[in-house]
Design a protein around this ligand. Structure first.
Ligand code: AMP
Ligand code: DBH
Length: 555
């Protein structure tokens, strides 16, 4: 039984709700079905009970088995005293426990925060602080990093954190429970509305601190069901999960949830390299894979170098998260006979896909079209006025699965949303004659490093805390593999004891790393300057810095 001695958290606190007239419309249209994600998974598990849901290394789980573990884990959580509305940060690599933790937490109405393995204590402690999370679930080690050390830091800094649960060698913390001991027990499911926030996705963001994205059961499941339909997933689908499982793309476009909805099989890979994944594709007869462009490029290179052309075996290769170069798209389709789909989405909501029956040239050169006729899309100028069709402008959107506000961030929301509730995506797009979106650039101060988003301000704030940094500016630089990398321009307070610039650069990178920012946020390159260029308004002129990078260096 759930202990009732603590005051139940207010489930609407910090959430910007959909206005009633929109909610009514989305319900009337059948988009929002009033089902919780937990009930959704139970329904999938009952319908496809004997199908294999998950393959994780040597382990396999049928739908019924996975649901059984989810139930057992839910019993464990409720016995620990957690209740509906409590938050839990889940930071796991691509392993089965991710799904047991995620669905188990949802079963008792806990709200998971979808941290990525690359996050470090700055991000994780921020997520805990923002949501007063009581529980943090992590692996012992992954890719050489020890998450128990991160957990120690969070424990000492975050007052709300009560428990750390470790998959693997728990050290001083609690180990992932032996689930079979809870086999005969059941929880009393809380009475939840599908209109409540089910969990928090994360925004790449463009300001200092990463923002939390509250996704409701109703809105998320609509995007999942519709995506599974667009991607034509079936019980025969065998999907290889290469990108981090917790990412919005991996979960919902159509992702693991879309796959479970269809009754297919998910194979998890902890290593995205061609050498590992090609074997898995062969071994499990994989039909569907989703990649970021950087990975698609590295797999294409592996094929170029003589590995088997796995692209032609796939029923669908999805590429998204960052702009796919037309040339690579063409190569995949024309040279490797790949059935390609471009995916342009965001954890805040809106997702666009090229469709199976789109003209090849549309698939090569566009990022597709919206999921839903109810996705409202505007392309506007700096004054929020519509630009003529076909011209580039800022993309604004509102719809049945796009949030109306970040969690607990009223000030930020005033800029990130229009007064009538459109989300300012920060993307510069145009819409072509076929009605497809082409991402031409962005207006937000963000770097897209192979699909991993860096809010420049967040890194600058860390750099600026260094005693010898007068000011800093992080800008993007083109990179053949990742699309973009980051370069920090630093106005440096010189000291006689300064080592050589190369050493100094290493030390500063280490400084950012030790500060506890996610690995991908550590500047790839550092340039020391006497002064910064400024705009007419007196802001650091990042455009000029980017140009300087291009002219002074052959990148
Ligand atoms: P986030 O808001 O952190 O979930 O990141 C979403 C952002 O990733 C979008 O607003 C775009 O800037 C970028 N993005 C995602 N998919 C694509 C794509 N296919 N092409 C270009 N940019 C993309
Ligand atoms: O980049 C993203 O955030 C993204 C890309 C493709 C996304 O959230 C999605 C599809 O759902």
């Amino acid at each position: 039984m759930i202990k009732q001695d603590k005051a139940a958290p207010d489930l609407w606190e910090g959430i910007v709700q959909y206005p009633p007239e929109f909610a009514e419309k989305y319900i009337a249209k059948g988009y929002w079905k009033g089902q919780t994600i937990s009930d959704f998974f139970i329904e999938c598990a009952e319908k496809y009970s004997e199908n294999i849901a998950l393959v994780c290394g040597e382990r396999q789980f049928r739908y019924a088995e996975l649901q059984q573990h989810v139930d057992e884990f839910a019993v464990y959580l409720s016995k620990q005293g957690y209740q509906a509305g409590d938050s839990v940060v889940i930071q796991l690599p691509n392993i089965a426990e991710f799904f047991i933790a995620y669905f188990g937490a949802l079963r008792i109405g806990m709200r998971p925060i979808m941290s990525l393995p690359a996050h470090r204590h700055c991000e994780v402690s921020h997520f805990i602080g923002q949501t007063d999370a009581k529980l943090y679930i992590c692996a012992d080690k992954f890719m050489g990093f020890d998450y128990r050390k991160l957990a120690q830091k969070c424990m000492s800094r975050c007052g709300s954190l009560e428990q750390v649960l470790v998959v693997g060698d728990a050290g001083e913390f609690e180990a992932w429970p032996e689930l079979s001991q809870y086999q005969q027990q059941r929880i009393v499911p809380p009475n939840l509305s599908a209109r409540h926030a089910a969990f928090f996705q994360l925004s790449g963001g463009s300001t200092g601190t990463p923002k939390l994205i509250p996704r409701t059961h109703d809105d998320y499941l609509y995007s999942v069901r519709a995506s599974a339909g667009i991607c034509q997933l079936t019980q025969q689908t065998k999907m290889l999960m290469v990108l981090p499982v917790a990412h919005n793309f991996s979960m919902s476009s159509a992702g693991s949830l879309g796959l479970f909805y269809a009754g297919g099989m998910l194979v998890l890979s902890q290593d995205p390299s061609a050498s590992v994944c090609f074997k898995l594709i062969d071994q499990h007869n994989i039909s569907h894979v989703a990649l970021v462009p950087a990975l698609a490029a590295s797999w294409a290179e592996a094929v170029q170098k003589g590995q088997e052309n796995i692209f032609s075996r796939l029923e669908l290769l999805q590429v998204g998260g960052a702009r796919l170069a037309d040339a690579l798209a063409r190569q995949l389709i024309e040279q490797y006979n790949c059935r390609l789909q471009q995916v342009f989405g965001m954890a805040e909501g809106l997702v666009n896909y090229t469709r199976y029956d789109d003209d090849i040239e549309q698939i090569i050169a566009t990022q597709g079209s919206r999921i839903s006729a109810a996705d409202e899309i505007k392309v506007v100028d700096d004054e929020d006025q519509d630009v003529p069709r076909g011209e580039v402008g800022h993309l604004l959107t509102r719809g049945p699965y796009t949030i109306r506000g970040y969690y607990n961030a009223p000030e930020h929301n005033r800029n990130a949303f229009t007064v009538d509730g459109f989300y300012r995506t920060g993307d510069l797009v145009r819409i072509n004659e076929a009605g497809n979106i082409i991402v031409e650039g962005r207006s937000k101060d963000q770097i897209n490093r192979g699909g991993e988003k860096i809010a420049t301000e967040e890194v600058e704030q860390v750099l600026n805390q260094h005693l010898q940094v007068i000011q800093s500016a992080l800008v993007s630089m083109p990179d053949p593999m990742l699309g973009e990398k980051s370069c920090a321009y630093i106005q440096w307070r010189k000291d006689e004891q300064d080592p050589s610039p190369t050493r100094l650069m290493m030390q500063l990178r280490q400084y950012v790393q030790q500060y506890g920012l996610a690995t991908y946020k550590v500047p790839d390159r550092i340039e020391f300057v006497e002064d910064m260029p400024y705009t007419a308004l007196g802001k650091i002129d990042k455009k000029a810095l980017r140009q300087r990078l291009m002219t002074e260096h052959t990148l």
